[in-house]
Unconditional design. Sequence first.
Length: 239
Amino acid sequence: MATHHSPKDRRSTSSTNLYHPVQNLQQTIIQQGVKRSATVEYTEGPPSQKQKTHDQPPWSLLLEGQKTNEALLREIDTRLGDLENRIGHIELKTTENQHEVHSLKAETASLSNKIKEVDDSSNRLQDELRKQNLLFMGVDEGEKDQNELTSKIGSLIEGKLGKMIYFEVIRLGRYQDGKKRPVKIKFFSTTDKMSVKQLGKSICHGNNTISIKDDLCKATRSVLKDKWEQKNRAFNGQS
């Protein structure tokens, strides 16, 4: 026999059926919370890291990550600041070194100019001391002593001048077979020296191997040689 329920009974039955699952869910949550509380409360020692992570809410984990990132950023900023300070110090040192290099270059140039001035002054002094000297090139070797050499030179110049003059002679350099060393003649008078120089061609006439030159220092000879070579190149159309 079928049983018929009134609308009121059906509503009561539906409410009872919906109520029991909700009540069961609430009881389950409460029981799990109590169980978790009991577990944390009666477990000896601190909870493990895994348990802490499991118990922490997501926003707490995000906050800790943000704090970690902020700490890393602060450390990076500190290191960048240190690097900037070191770079600034290096740039300052570089600038100071550049100034020092420029100063040293200027000082070196100044010293070079002074050295050149001293060299030029020394060369002028040497030329001044040698201005009463002449060099006879190509005079035959074979004299036994200084007196014989003096007589040999005297026979070359005094016959042309027609008078006796006073001078000293000396062979320059070390003897070598087959080579004729220059003879330096030091006159006691500039006038006598100029007279002999003016008569150079006639003195050397008949002695094709002999030539007369001024006694100049090495630097002056080098300058004159360069000028002569430049003049010779220009005459021949060479650059």
